[in-house]
Design a protein around this ligand. Structure first.
Ligand SMILES: NC(=O)c1ccc[n+]([C@@H]2O[C@H](COP(=O)([O-])OP(=O)(O)OC[C@H]3O[C@@H](n4cnc5c(N)ncnc54)[C@H](O)[C@@H]3O)[C@@H](O)[C@H]2O)c1
Ligand SMILES: O=c1ccn([C@@H]2O[C@H](COP(=O)(O)OP(=O)(O)O[C@H]3O[C@H](CO)[C@@H](O)[C@H](O)[C@H]3O)[C@@H](O)[C@H]2O)c(=O)[nH]1
Length: 330
């Protein structure tokens, strides 16, 4: 099969590309490199620096490589940034995805795995979150993804040959165990990389955004899933996709850790001091998000191999130590 990976030069996409290649798939990557790294891609990948909105270019690429399925990672993905620039998020994530789907339609390409997010659930009434939990995002990022979920269902209603799997990721973390690819976001806003940069002395301290949430220690709770486990779910999704079927799955470990617990774990793993500043809440952050991932376990046989937060952080720590300046240092 030849798989088109959008956003394949990004953090999660670059890990997925390695897994696809490792099992013998041909891979074509489309990425505008706004937040991706060409250096993360191995030479056997056909790479195109193209934006999702460039529908005619996408059609050319799909036809040229006889693409059989799309894994669609390309998006802007910062909750805080989306609150300050909603137009940008709806244009890039929602309109960008519609452009991709239109290009697929023009080429009779009908299979897509879509990166959705637990941010579509907003502030759920009950935890853990099930796939049936009410979805009402509290930030534009979450809405920009929920609109795509809605469109995918409408598209399926219109075309019974279409098929999609929307994976609602919880917080993706860690780096490849081989050390080949890792996490290098510019700017970095994610908790674990920032905590590790603090451990390395690149930052003076880590801010805890909000200490008065209704959680046991007052800081936000998230469900951290290792990036390689998460990527494996995409391969399972591809292998099991059925014509005329749309599926939604939560992808998380099913256990929540607070911001303070993440920092404590990083202290254990790194053996370094990690100075903390207690700060205000960050706009758009729900207090607690963690899931029940039984549906994907039961239906697709997904089994996360790395379940302990310390192990997830240790994999990131190895990569950060080997690449203190990220990909730019190469
Ligand atoms: N990291 C997480 O914890 C997390 C959690 C839930 C969902 N997600 C979703 O997973 C996907 C990947 O996230 P990531 O953390 O790897 O982010 P990332 O920023 O590292 O990767 C996204 C990639 O998409 C590219 N891109 C963005 N907009 C594009 C466009 N219009 N055209 C072409 N390329 C474009 C970027 O250059 C980047 O390489 C995103 O869809 C994100 O919403 C991530
Ligand atoms: O310096 C920091 C950075 C983050 N946080 C907190 O740490 C938690 C995790 O934040 P972050 O790592 O930025 O992840 P999220 O905002 O939860 O968003 C990520 O996880 C979402 C799913 O929860 C995805 O949809 C997004 O794409 C992805 O960026 C949140 O409570 C933040 O407020 C801090 O306290 N200090």
């Amino acid at each position: 099969m030849t798989i088109l990976v959008t956003g394949g030069a990004g953090y999660i996409g670059s890990h997925a590309v390695r897994q696809l290649l490792a099992r013998g798939e041909k891979v074509v990557v489309v990425d505008n490199l706004f937040r991706g790294h060409k250096e993360s891609l191995p030479p056997e990948v056909d790479f195109y620096e193209v934006d999702l909105i460039e529908q005619p270019r996408l059609e050319e690429i799909i036809k040229k490589h006889a693409i059989s399925a799309v894994i669609h990672f390309a998006a802007l993905a910062y909750v805080g940034e989306s609150v300050g620039n909603p137009y940008w998020y709806y244009t890039n994530n929602t309109a960008g995805t519609l452009s991709l789907l239109k290009a697929m339609e023009a080429c009779d390409l009908k299979k897509i795995v879509f990166s959705s997010t637990c941010a579509t659930y907003g502030e759920p009434d009950d935890l853990p979150i099930l796939e049936t939990t009410h979805q009402e995002p509290i930030n534009p990022y979450g809405w920009s993804k929920l609109f795509v979920e809605r469109f995918l269902m409408d598209k399926l209603a219109e075309d019974s040959d279409f098929s999609f799997t929307a994976l609602r990721y919880f917080n993706v973390a860690g780096c490849s165990l081989s050390g080949e690819v890792g996490e290098d976001h510019q700017p970095e806003t994610h908790l674990i990389p920032l905590v590790l940069q603090t451990a390395m002395g690149q930052r003076e301290s880590i801010k805890v955004f909000g200490t008065d949430y209704p959680t046991p220690d007052g800081s936000c709770i998230r469900d951290y899933v290792h990036v390689e486990d998460l990527c494996r779910a995409h391969l399972l999704a591809l292998d099991t996709m059925k014509q005329g079927e749309g599926r939604f799955y939560n992808l998380g470990i099913g256990k929540g850790y607070s911001v303070k617990e993440v920092i404590d774990s990083a202290r254990r793993v790194t053996g370094r001091e990690i100075p903390v500043i207690l700060d205000e809440r960050r706009p758009g952050d729900p207090p607690a998000l963690y899931c029940n991932a039984d549906k994907i376990k039961n239906e697709l046989g997904w089994v996360p191999e790395i379940k302990e937060l310390d192990d997830i952080i240790a994999s990131a720590w190895s990569w950060f130590q080997a690449h203190p300046e990220g990909y730019d240092a190469k």
